[in-house]
Design a protein around this ligand. Structure first.
Ligand SMILES: *Cc1c(COP(=O)(O)O)cnc(C)c1O
Length: 503
């Protein structure tokens, strides 16, 4: 083995300005995080003063370790304020909770707290959730050794029924999950009925409001009750780093029951070091997300959130309306808030493939997110679709976006969906014909998997800033829809690992 040589640091050694300008050059290759042209991943309030406030707040606590609030009391003070604010917003003045690093962590903690509170043995138990619930619950189940039971939604409404959820409950079920709203289609689960179901079976119900938590409370249209007010709801997650406009690294989980909250903790004195008390999955942790979220809630208050939601609402209406209007496209299910998905309209004589359409929209500068077709456990499909997340700043570009959505549909109407890259179509064929088993495909090593990707034109050795231009998303989605899902997960893992490692 030859010792590895760092690729460039010598030239920047001792040169702080050079380090920063190199970083700035790298940042310049990113998709824009502000201005409304990217309708996923980033949540732009459009308020420059808020962004400056966030940066200063995060910087003020940068050296702090959130691991021990008794040493760094500011952490406890900020957390108290955020729990006080959110429990008012979500309708339970005595709720308790913890600030976490993000939605995934909040969801994992919801599952862990429910499991440990119920005394379910690690590696056993099940959780029941609609098809449309976030994959973070699959991750939680995988980590905790629980079985996720996904209940099909009615594909025409993209809604689960309480009866279907009831039928899926098992003796070992320890948690029911609902979304407010769900990420793939923006629909609201029937949380009132699910609360009644949870009460009837003496089970906890977690409402995943990671996405909608800081929008739905101020949404101008009436909505069915969905938060901690609903009898039977026992916990709720909401992401500050989505519609709370905080930088990535901030979410909250609230519980109605103190003991269930405590069951989410990990504490031990059973080792030779300092006593461990971790409310979340991390040990040492940044307070920057916490401080940023705190600063934002202080600065905006209820009125500030209400005004930003009014901007979001103003932009959402015309965007949903133009989808209904465009021949060949339709909305998926019944979105209720600022998030929705667009699919081909099978009733149109000339349907518009949503990924061809997103590609044409991208040519005009707007980035939309691709969602592959999903076959539910009952064999019905949620369609291949394009996801849009509307933020306050979308209001500033909504006319241009509406026009782009129309002209992009005209440009691709009637075109068939993209084919997967030939090499992956061949692989799918071999799997279909039984020439190769899924187990064989999963047993292929990382280097061979990378070669398959390169052969398919999905080359992870692409320059970091060029990936979004070089990837043909319509073809990638077609490949995901053609291959067995575990095989696609393996391919995607290989792509990202190779893309983020030196060649
Ligand atoms: C974003 C999201 C999550 C996961 O959150 P991360 O912050 O990306 O980890 C979970 N549930 C829903 C509904 C979400 O939108």
């Amino acid at each position: 083995m030859t010792p590895s040589t760092p690729s460039s640091p010598t030239s920047l050694r001792g040169n702080a300005a050079g380090v920063l300008s190199t970083l700035a050059d790298l940042r310049a290759t990113d998709s824009p995080t502000h201005g409304g042209e990217i309708l996923s991943y980033v949540y732009d309030s459009g308020i420059a003063e808020l962004d400056a406030l966030v940066a200063n707040a995060a910087e003020l606590v940068r050296p702090v370790n959130g691991l021990d609030p008794t040493v760094f009391g500011s952490v406890a003070a900020l957390e108290r304020d955020l729990i006080a604010f959110t429990r008012t917003v979500f309708g339970d003045p005595t709720a308790v909770g913890s600030v976490t690093s993000g939605g995934t962590e909040s969801c994992i903690l919801a599952v862990k707290a429910a499991r440990d509170h119920a005394g379910v043995h690690p590696g056993t138990g099940s959780i029941v959730l609609p098809s449309t619930a976030h994959a973070a619950f699959d991750k939680a189940a995988r980590l905790l050794g629980a079985t996720p039971i996904r209940v099909p939604v009615d594909p025409s409404k993209s809604q689960v029924t309480a009866a279907a959820m009831a039928a899926a409950l098992r003796d070992d079920t320890f948690l029911i999950v609902a979304s407010a709203p769900d990420y793939p289609t923006g629909g609201l689960d029937p949380i009132g009925e699910l609360g009644a179901l949870a009460l009837m079976h003496d089970l906890p119900l977690h409402v995943d409001a990671c996405l909608g938590g800081f929008v739905l409370p101020w949404w101008p249209e009436p909505l069915p009750e969905w938060d901690l007010r609903v009898p039977g709801v026992t916990s709720l997650s909401a992401d500050f780093h989505k519609y709370g406009y905080a930088p990535k690294g901030a979410s909250i989980i609230l519980h109605t029951d103190r003991d269930r909250h405590r069951a989410g903790y990990f504490a031990t004195t059973d080792w030779p070091g300092y006593p461990i008390v971790n409310p979340t999955l991390l040990g040492s942790r940044t307070a920057s997300g916490l401080a940023a979220a705190w600063a934002i809630t202080q600065y905006l208050g209820h009125e500030g959130f209400r005004d930003l939601v009014a901007d979001i609402y103003r932009a959402t209406g015309p965007l949903r309306a133009v989808v209904e209007e465009i021949d060949g496209l339709r909305l998926v299910g019944s979105p209720i808030g600022p998030v929705f998905a667009v699919a081909a309209d099978p009733e149109s004589a000339s349907p518009v493939d949503p990924h061809r359409w997103a590609g044409a929209v991208a040519e005009a500068g707007f980035t939309l997110q691709a969602q592959p077709r999903f076959t539910q456990t009952d064999g019905t499909d949620l369609p291949s679709s394009t996801h849009l997340t509307v933020t306050p700043v979308t209001a500033a570009v909504v006319d241009r976006l509406v026009e782009t959505m129309r002209t992009a549909a005209d440009a691709v109407r009637g075109m068939p969906a993209a084919d997967p890259p030939a090499a992956l179509a061949d692989l799918a064929g071999a799997l279909n014909d039984g020439v190769l088993s899924v187990d064989d495909a999963l047993a292929i090593g990382s280097e061979a998997t990378e070669q398959v990707l390169i052969g398919a034109g999905i080359d992870p050795r692409v320059a970091p800033g060029d990936a979004s231009d070089s990837l043909d998303m319509a073809a990638v989605v077609a490949a995901i829809e053609t291959l067995p899902r575990p095989v696609t997960a393996k391919m995607l893992t290989e792509f990202l690992a190779a893309f983020t490692n030196p060649g």
